[in-house]
Design a protein around this ligand. Structure first.
Ligand SMILES: C[S@@+](CC[C@H](N)C(=O)[O-])C[C@H]1O[C@@H](n2cnc3c(N)ncnc32)[C@H](O)[C@@H]1O
Length: 377
């Protein structure tokens, strides 16, 4: 199937620019961003390539249509008018999910029901059936209703893209792989420079940094929903995967990960092994004030979000330490935290600050360039 589609990658708010950069660097066409998503153009094989390579996107979807929907009637007619049969075959299963924001149609279950009905009427009409069996591949529909405008998407990813297939379940509070990748990108780390996460938890940031430095496609170890789509070019996708394997590179920069909790360090070690970068990450146990820091490179970390006063005081002591240790060396830092006083504790203003949601928690991504560059500027 080489039909050009409008593809879309939903992202965590604040990451749109980084995802758009990723797409442009990878040669995707017509890249534009809006709040919480990035659009681009391509066919199903390009959608597969995006699934395989995007590090910051939550999924890859196909925009089926966008239309005003201030009433159930408009919603029904809008969906029924879409050429769904171009992608969904007679036996395709087409469940519907979605959400509504600042719109007159607030009931998500009612919208789901209407969209399902309209899609069934459309497809039933085209395929000449009163009942559709839905016994074939899954074509998950996602709708968004934003200010009375409905956008209908077809998901091509299946499991969300942050599920790379390397991370074990844990009781720690891990950052998502997509956000960890965004932090590494924001640090502008070069693969030949050292990096340290001194509060590594399950090691997500270090693993993402290693995958990136080695030019490893983040989706190589998993499968995607579109692999079961009618008309999907499996041979082309196999070639893309082979090319991805062949484009992996060796890298020089050391990656250090440490945590005060031995269990966390052990988990980081095993996750790095599973991701195939166990030999690239040096994991150790220790308080961040005791571990050894490289003379140059970058600290990228996701500290605990202490809500209680005592915790907050302790985390500010940790920020103050990181401020001193980076100022004394040629070290930059990227830290994600909900603490609005972080810069004060760290001892200097961030060179870049980006509002971002870590799950439901409103945070800032603070980016401090190495001291050397600050002095030059
Ligand atoms: C939010 S978690 C990091 C999660 C990690 N980014 C991941 O993806 O799993 C914060 C980590 O900081 C560690 N930590 C807290 N205080 C520390 C300290 N003083 N020195 C080193 N590690 C510390 C905790 O043990 C915890 O694993």
């Amino acid at each position: 199937m080489s039909e050009q589609l409008r593809l879309s990658a939903p992202v965590v708010m604040g990451v749109e620019g980084l995802c758009a950069d990723e797409l442009r660097r990878a040669g995707f066409a017509d890249v534009t961003a809006e709040d919480g998503r990035v659009f681009f153009a391509g066919d199903l094989t390009e959608a597969a390539r995006a699934n395989l390579w995007l590090r910051t996107a939550e999924r890859v979807q196909i925009l089926l249509g966008r239309f005003p929907a201030g009433s159930f009637e408009e919603l029904f007619e809008g969906v029924r008018a879409l050429p769904l049969e171009a992608l969904i075959p007679a036996d395709g299963a087409f469940p519907v999910k979605g959400h509504s924001v600042k719109s007159r149609l607030v009931s998500v279950p009612d919208c789901q029901r209407i969209i399902k009905k309209a899609a069934a009427v459309r497809l039933g009409g085209v395929y000449g059936r009163n009942e559709l069996p839905e016994t074939g591949a899954r074509y998950q529909l996602h709708f968004t209703l934003i200010r009375d405008v409905c956008s209908l998407y077809l998901d091509t990813s299946g499991e969300p893209l942050h599920k790379r297939g390397y991370r074990a379940e844990s009781t720690l509070a891990p950052i998502s792989e997509t956000l960890a990748a965004a932090m590494v990108m924001m640090s502008r780390r070069r693969g030949d420079r050292p990096m340290i996460d001194p509060m590594c938890g399950s090691g997500t940031i270090a693993v993402e940094a290693a995958l990136m430095a080695g030019n490893r496609a983040p989706g190589l170890a998993r499968r995607f929903a579109l692999e079961r789509f009618a008309g999907f070019d499996r041979a082309a996708f196999a070639r893309l995967k082979t090319e991805a394997r062949e484009s992996e590179t060796a890298f020089e920069g050391e990656i250090f990960a440490s945590d005060v909790d031995p269990e966390a360090a052990e988990l980081a070690r095993s996750n790095a092994e599973k991701a195939g970068v166990g030999d690239r990450i040096l994991v150790s146990v220790g308080d961040l004030r005791q571990v050894r820091y490289p003379d140059s490179g970058v600290v990228i970390t996701n500290p605990p979000y202490g809500e209680r006063i005592g915790d907050r005081d302790e985390s500010r002591r940790l920020f103050a330490f990181l401020g001193r240790v980076t100022a004394a060396r040629e070290l930059g830092a990227v830290i994600i935290s909900p603490d609005t006083e972080l810069e004060k504790a760290f001892g200097r203003k961030a060179d870049k600050k980006r509002k971002i949601y870590n799950g439901m928690i409103r945070c800032d991504l603070y980016c401090f360039r190495p001291n050397r560059l600050l002095k030059k500027a």
